[in-house]
Each structure stands twice: as C-alpha cells, then as structure tokens.
Design a protein around this ligand. Sequence first.
Ligand SMILES: [Zn+2]
Length: 946
Amino acid sequence: MRLLVVVLGGLLSMSFVAAKTGPTYYTPGRIAIGRQNAERDWGQGILRAIQAGEANTYYIGRQYGSAADCIAQTDDFIWMMQPTTEIPRVLPNHDTLALCPVHGDKVRELNAWTAWTTDPIHHPYKVRCRLGGEWYPSNDYLNGDMTSGEFPDDGSGCKVGDQTFYFLMEYAHMAYGNNTIPCLRSLSQAWLLTGDTRYARKGCILLARLATEYPNFTDRKDRLYFGPYGGRDPHYTWKTGGMITDLIWETFCLEATAYAYDGLWSYMDQDPDMIAFLRAKGMPIETGGDLRAYIEENILRVGMEGLLNGHIHGNQGFHQAAAMACALVMDDYGDTHPNSQDMVDYAFHGDDASAHIIVNGVHRDGGGHESPGYNSIKFDFIRVNRLMEEIRQRHPDRFPLDRYPDIFGNPKGKALFDHFIDLTIFRTFMPSVGDSGNIQPVQRFTPNRYSYVYEPNLYGFERFGEPRFARACTRLSGEWLAGELFEPYPEPELSAALEQPQSHIPFRDRLLDGYGVAIIEDGTEPERGRALSLNYSSIIGHRQADNLNLELYARGLDLLPDLGYPFTWDYREWDSGIMSHNTVSVDETQPPREIGGQCNLFAEHDGIHIVTARHDPYPPHYDTGGTTDPKPASGVSIYERTCVFVEVDEERFYVVDLFAVNGGNQHDQSWHGPLKPMQAPALDWRAQEGGTLAGPDIAHAAHYTDRWGRETRNFPSYITRVRRASLSEPAVWSWDYELPEGDRLALHVIPVGGPAEVIMGSGRSPARPPDWGLDYLLVRRESRGAMPSHFLSVIDAYQQTPVVQSVRLVSEQPLTVEVRRDGAIDTIVLATPDAPSRSSDHRALGVAFTSVAGGETLKQVRIGETAPEQGPGYASGSIADMDYDANEVLVAIPPADRAAFAVGRYVRVLNAHRSGMFRIVRVTPEGEMVRLELDQTALLGEGPAE
Ligand SMILES: [Zn+2]
C-alpha cells in the first residue's frame, strides 16, 4: 500500500444549503461571558493554554493546541495538518504496538499503550520515541520523500527485521485526536475572544480540510476507522464502529468539532481569498455559505448518522452530549434526516435515555455503574442539560419539560456531586475500585483537592447551593479552581458560601453504601491522617475482581496500592484477577460480574472503628468451569471481611483484619504491597526450580490446565520465583518504603485452624518490561467444606518504630488476638458467625476491645456482639411508615433502645431481599414511634409506564 499526499480532485458538487442562520452555541451572550472570564486569574491560565497549547502526550487528552503556532504557519501547511483518512489509523498487526525499533519494549516503562508522542506543527508526519526522543519515519513524507534513511515509511509501514512498524498510521491517529481537534478548539475560541481574523482563517482552513477527509457511510466508507479491515478490529475482533478515531473517542471529537464550527461560522463569508484557496484545493464551493453547507453535510450530518447507527458511541454521557451539541449547532428541523429533533430524541429517549439516566444509572450515594474515573463522565450530562435548555429556549413548543426533563432535578442529581467529595480520601486518594488508579513508584502524595472532579462542582453549586460544593471549587490554598471559560462564574455567591460553616468538608468515617465502599478516615490534618477503604462494590462497567479489596493510607502514602488500570487490555486476567488483589480467592477462580456486596456493620466508638462487609463472588448458579465434581469454588456461602481500625494515639494506629470464607477446596489470601521488595520471615523456605506458581513446567504467562481441569492463563502462571513454607505461628512480612522518614509496613499473619501454607513469588504482566516485578504473598488453606477458614492479620504501618511488638492468638473460639505494643497489651475479640453471609439476615457481628497497661484497664470498647451470651449488641425495630420525599422512616423501637438510634450512626435497613446502610441525620420521637431522617434517598429507578 503506497499512500501519497494528493490534492483533492473533483469532489461531489454541492446540493445542500446550510441549515443554520447564525451561531447558536457561541451566542453574543456566551462570547461576552467568555471575554469576562478571560480576565480572571483562571481565565488567564486558559488563555495561555489556548495560545501555547498543552503538552501533547497521547492519541487524545489535550484540550488545546497552540493557536499561536497555527497562525505562524502557511495556509498550505494548515491544510495538510489533518492527514488524509486514506491512511488507516488501526495497525494491521498488534505485535509492534508500544514498541520502538531501537528501544524495544523498554519504552513500556513510560507507557504501555504506545511508544510515541507527536508534535504535528514542528515535526509533521513524524512520531517521537518516548524513551529516546528520536523521530520516525526517517523519510520526509510530507514533501514526497518515501525512502530516505534507516526507517522509511510510505504509509504501508517500515520493516525492521521480521517486524513491521506503522509510524504513519500511528501518526494519523494521534494527529486527529490530539492536534486537529485541540487546534480547532483553540483557533475558534481565540477568534471569539480576540476578534483577530488570523485565528479564524486558519481555523476555517483546518475545519474545511477535516470536512474533506471525514469518513462517511457512502463514498468514504473505506476511510472509516475499521474500513480497511471490513469493519472490525483485526486484533480485537469484537471491536467495531468509529469514524476517524474509535467509536468512543469520536464522541468528544465530534462534539468539539460542532462547537468549533459554530465559533468559526461568522468568519466563513468574510474572506473571499480563503474561499479561493479552498476551491483551489478542490473543494466544490463558491461562497462562505457553500463552505458552511459543506461542513454541515460532511461532518455534522455524517456524525449524526454515526450516532444513530452506533458508529459513534461512548461511555454514558459522551454520545448524548455529542448528539445535543450537533442538535444545537445544526439548529435544523427540516426534511433532511437526521435533523436536530432526531438528535434530541436520540439523546433523551434513545438506548441510554438521558431523561432517566441519573436516576437509573446512579446509586443513592451518587456513585455510577463504573470505576470512579469513568463515573465522572456522568458530569457530561451537565452539558446535555445545558444544551437542552438552550435548545428549549429556541424552540419551546417542540421540547416540553415533561418529555425532555431536567436531568439533575432529582435527589441523585445532587448526590453525584457529593459522591466525588466523599470518595476522596484525605484530599488525596481515590479508592481503586475497578479500572482506576495505578501502582506507581513509592511517593508521598501531597493533598491537592476537595473532590476528585473540579469544574462540575460549579454547576453543582449553582444548582443546589450547597456550600461544600463551593468549597470544592477552590484549591486547598483557597484560590479558585478554573471554571468554564464560556459559562457564567458566580464569584460573589461562591465567596459568600465559603463563609458558611457547612462549607467545611470534615474528615470522618463514611459509607458509600450504594456504590459499595467503606472509608475509615481518621485524623485532623490530611498530611498526617490515616485511612482505610474496603471495596464491596458490584460495578457493571470497568469492573475488576476486587471483591472486598482492602486499601490503606497514612501520612500521604498509598500503603497497599492496587495494580489499578489495566496495563494494556491484553492481560486482563492479571490486572483484574481476584488473586492479584488484596483479598481472598477460592480455587483460583475468577468471580463473575454480579452483585453481592453488602455492608453489615459500620461503627466507631472511642477510637475503635469497625467495618464488616460481604460479597458473593461465587454464587450458586455460577458455572466456574472445570471437570471436577463438584465444580471448583462450589459451596462458597461465607465470604466476609472485618477490619478493625485501632487508634493508639494521633500518630499511631494498627488494623486487625479478619477474612472468613468457606466452600471449594483451596482458599488463598493474596497480599501485595508497594513496588518494593517484600521482606519475609525466617521460615523453612523451599524454592521451586523454575516455572511459575502454576507449576514448575509452566512458563511465565503460559496457558495451562489447572488442577480443576480448566484450560487457563491466570494469576498462578504470572507468578515466578516461587518458594513455599509452612506457617504454624504468627510471623511478619514487611515492606520498607525507602523514604527518609522511615515508613514501613509490617504484616503480621496469624494462622488460625492449624498451620497454613505460605507461598511467595514475583508477579508480572508480559506488558511490563522484564525487570518489573511485584512481590506477592499467598496464605493458603485447604477448605474445611462448609466450615469457614479464617485469615487473621494485624497490619502495622509505622514510621521508625513499630507500633505492634508482637501478636498472639489467644483463642480460636471466640476468636481472640492479643497485640503487645509499647506499654500496653490490647486484646481484640472478633465475632465469627458460621451462618452464610450471602443473605440479608441479621448477623451477630462485632468486636470487643480491651487495652491494659500495668494491670490497669485503659480502654474497653464493645461494638455489636462477639458471643451470643454477651447480650443483643444491636437495637432494632420495624418500619411502620415511610416518607420517601423526606428520606424518613417511622420505626417502632422499644424505649430502652431509643438512645441507640443517635444522629451520626449508621442503621441497616433490610428485608428478605435487600439491605442498605444509611446515616441517621435526625431523630424525632413520635408517640410510641421514632422518626428517623436518613441521609440518602430510597429511590431506585424510574421510567415511563405505558
Ligand atoms: Zn526509541
């Protein structure tokens, strides 16, 4: 395949008239707001980004290309900046992805997805190695040189040894998403803000070029993203759709293009010389009106078709926002379809109906159905809502509020903003639920945010007036975070809200019980605070097998970092595997993506915090494969984790961790820490000669047949340097974070129920360089059938001097552990109910904590019940009435138990099928009853009933 840069010959003659009669997005009012915001400190920052451009590091991601660099180029250069779509953007092979011909896979230390970055203005039609900085290909493609140098690529690839590298295909992909689109945004906005025609002219030329190259479903079908491959990805054959880039990224590229067109619209009939230039390039246009019509029909109308036929479809929020942007910008209610009415109907009532999405796609705590980063895409519905308001104002009769409702006008609309504040631990960390976060070299993080998201809080504040949303619009230093350049910025109202005490965002224990995360957050300063998160989520999208994964944070360190976002999609069984997480697995079996998370106890008293949650990783109907009878992971009816967080003083703490599991044949508790060597206790270690945990003859990342007869490639075949020992007494594994302050973590493993097998090894996905490795410890027990195994650990994260000197198992029934520390002996008794954890029934859970020093009892705390004879431990009552709008329940509670229902405590609301934990925000006695106001809505879902 030889691809040449050609001047366009005869394009189809024009038969369309532009629908639009003026800007509909960048109205005079919006431009005035933009010019006003540009005067603000944060606005100046955005202006600098528009002029200079942001760092260009990937296929997508930057908002702004450099408007200043664009206007310094010739018209011809700008015309060529968007590569022809005759160059495919998908490589025909997969084996040179994220490889450099010189540096090989070393470059993956920097990025697993691609070896390259680009700089299309200064180095057109070249990609740059991330590691060495050298440029490929070696020929000057733009000027017709197809052969020069050691690494030439004429568009058909460059053969090096027996591998073919596709520099220009990669370039063509990156140049669209991370240059054409960001430059269109910069040029259009620079024009609107300054009125300088140089920006407008270059922007129009770039947009016109894009219109001549944008694929379609008729005469440019072969230029679609997978056009050269019959419509499907040659490697991931389930992947389809896309236009210039893939179906997901095209959503926001199309949306940005629609706004840029609207912004540049006013210039298109002001420059006959530009029209002549474009005509000379082969465009069938005579006037500015022709140019507008050409862009509308060849980008926007085609994009609208792509939305309807699924070629453009992203995460929830992406495609709806793209559709609404097209609807507003086209402002077309004529006979050519799809028109604006079709787009609004698609966005509000299509497959992922915006009309109900916040209620149906968000939990009562505001958490979405995906991992946290992806859930933040729900804020794209802010744009959907705003665009709907703009469209409604223009066409009030077409779009009545009952059919096109206010998307955020419900309790979950507000909860969405709360969620990202509540999920942010110590202004720093986000629990690594599903595909989120990543394991990085050890570093002490500096607190930097009130919420995981920035700009959306502004909308949250405007809509709901919550002072804490105003707080989330500021940096920790008090400066304002950037708002949106072309949206109003109510600075006086924000400032007034910050004066209110409710704007303070406290550190405290909290449950995001709809989403499935428990957070224990203890301390008054984020830099010195310590926190724990327990993940019992059941997300649908971007799920990992992180059932009951435990994370721990202290002094700005992510102490038990999760592997996080997959390091390429090719070894998902590693990145998202249950055994890769700090949790327990049964029979090396990966769980299905089903619900099953539930919190059963969440309380704190006098410095003792406790959380107990369960999951249901191996439900009875789940076919776990294999040829054994019963099948692997059968009969797992108990799967429950209890974490007791013990405050020793303001600096020192430790965690007692208990995991109960039954069923199957083999129970493994996995532990990994930071990317530092795990230090092992002196045991009678037996090293395995070669191979992996899957077997001495099973190579790294090989497929094999496991002991249950399953053909698989899973966690065991990713673990090398295997050694084993028997553990009959408590022992300590530890990590040194190698920081000057002397941070360490000691993991005391306490065998319960006789000796356990302990296995150590080093894990690695093949996407990582060969010298990368993460140390793992597995504590393995043979199953006792229906009787649960108990994995008991004490985690001590300290600086300089260990808090925990030794641990001892005092008794197995009741389960009692003794922790000796400087000057005191703590005794912790934990409940171990044998009933299945799968149901929503009440469970006798709890902890009894006693601290003794010099014969004197320093502290005694009992939460819940640890043994039946200790009394009820719980107060309960039946719900007599409910007020859904007020989040209230009327409960019959015996007078003696009423004091237990105190503001700030959590109650569990349950029936035979469901269970939910709510925080009590108000208690009002009402005759024989007590009225409890709860913190969250009980609203589950909504939809049209016909
Ligand atoms: Zn290189």
